[in-house]
Design a protein around this ligand. Structure first.
Ligand code: TYD
Length: 138
């Protein structure tokens, strides 16, 4: 069963005027057709978002300003925290990955590139169901 969590360091383009990062569909940094973009901002201190897994959706998360932590759990009892604190970092999540998003700085804007349109039926919001799905895939 494919469960991918991969941190990217994007190539920064730029010159005297400043920096620029470009991401394209079906590229190394976004290995899927980008069908949806959303962003999370103005997050209340102490908030934990996410707390779900996806059945099929692939996502790349980029904290384009400020910082936050993405806690990734593959159902193996050892969740791993990924700090995103610079716009040249991305985190690819693919397959059954339970994710919590936390420790948002006041100025955090978390941009998400997604492989599909919003579909509530793709969410696994119950942790026990998630663990059962992981076990089933083994
Ligand atoms: P929610 O799933 O709680 O976001 P997160 O997992 O990031 O904490 O989504 C909050 C609300 O926004 C919920 O009513 C569903 C809606 N929503 C959309 O309509 N489209 C989207 O692309 C997303 C991510 C959420």
């Amino acid at each position: 069963m494919l469960q991918t969590v991969k941190k990217y360091q994007f190539k920064t383009l730029g010159d005297d005027r400043g920096k620029l990062i470009a991401l394209e569909s079906l590229s190394e940094q976004a290995p899927f057709d980008i069908k949806r973009v959303y962003y999370i901002f103005d997050t209340m201190p102490g908030t934990i978002r996410g707390t779900h897994a996806h059945k099929k959706l692939k996502q790349v998360l980029i904290c384009v300003s400020g910082s936050c932590v993405i806690r990734c759990d593959l159902g193996d009892g050892s969740p791993v925290d990924y700090l995103l604190n610079w716009p040249d970092q991305g985190l690819l999540l693919e397959g059954l990955v339970w994710r919590d998003m936390l420790q948002f700085s006041k100025d955090a804007t978390l941009l998400v590139l997604a492989s599909d349109h919003y579909d509530e039926s793709d969410y696994i919001r119950n942790y026990d169901t998630f663990l059962k799905e992981v076990a089933r895939g083994k």
